[in-house]
Design a protein around this ligand. Structure first.
Ligand SMILES: [Zn+2]
Length: 70
């Protein structure tokens, strides 16, 4: 099972228990270089959660607003 199937099958938003959508954003590091990061978006809450080393970080404290990225 890959991470996308895992997201579709098992993972829900920790706030609203709604469905999450996997996406990729470009992030700029502190050094100024750009890299792609996978994220999980909750359209209900208009937030996203990071995926770090293929592990979704579904913590309300880690949620960031999606305003401005889509
Ligand atoms: Zn939500």
């Amino acid at each position: 099972m890959n991470i996308k199937e895992m997201v579709d099958e098992f993972l829900v938003c920790p706030k609203c228990k709604g469905k999450l959508e996997m996406s990729v954003i470009n992030e700029t590091t502190a050094e100024g270089s750009c890299h792609e990061s996978s994220i999980l978006i909750c359209r209900n809450c208009r937030v996203y959660y990071p995926i770090e080393d293929d592990i979704p970080v579904l913590l309300i404290d880690e949620a960031k607003t999606i305003d401005g990225i889509d």
